[in-house]
Unconditional design. Structure first.
Length: 162
């Protein structure tokens, strides 16, 4: 089992899977928001090790809460400067989580399309900074590609805080 960056912050009661579990925000039985949009400071190369929204997104992602990870990172993506490396990185992570969610839902075509959007973004960041915000991007891209192709619908980031 992968250790958590924010062990005191609880996970949602279930992993959302469209069409199979209640929508977290829209359904009356849903647990509500995972993260407040735009909450907290913007993600930067200087604060990633302490940025709670980013780290919680990693915890969610590493434990298969891909829709929830997307939600945790979306507020940071909104705050990131247009065309910044942080924004490209976050969009790549968000699309990767969505691709894995599609794979888990039995939609390999949708998973492949989303991965085809995410991969070039992550490769662009990797070209500028191979280990970006705690993530070995070359290994992450390689491993994710294998998981998407195999249709296993599982992938782990293993982001280590230094």
């Amino acid at each position: 089992m992968v250790s958590r960056h924010l062990p005191a912050k609880p996970f949602p009661p279930y992993k959302y899977l469209p069409g199979q579990t209640p929508h977290p925000r829209k359904h009356p039985d849903g647990p509500g928001r995972v993260a407040e949009e735009g909450a907290g400071p913007p993600l930067t190369e200087a604060n990633w090790q302490t940025n709670e929204a980013y780290l919680y997104g990693i915890d969610l992602y590493n434990h298969g809460y891909w829709w929830e990870a997307h939600e945790a990172w979306e507020g940071l993506w909104v705050l990131a400067a247009q065309e910044s490396l942080q924004r490209v990185f976050l969009q790549g992570l968000i699309q990767t989580a969505a691709a894995l969610l599609k794979a888990r839902a039995g939609n390999p075509r949708g998973a492949g399309k989303l991965w085809d959007k995410a991969r070039p973004k992550l490769e662009r960041v990797c070209a500028a900074a191979p280990n970006y915000m705690g993530l070995d991007l070359a290994n992450f891209v390689h491993n994710t590609a294998q998981h998407i192709v195999s249709g296993s619908g599982h992938n782990t980031m293993y982001v280590f805080v230094k």
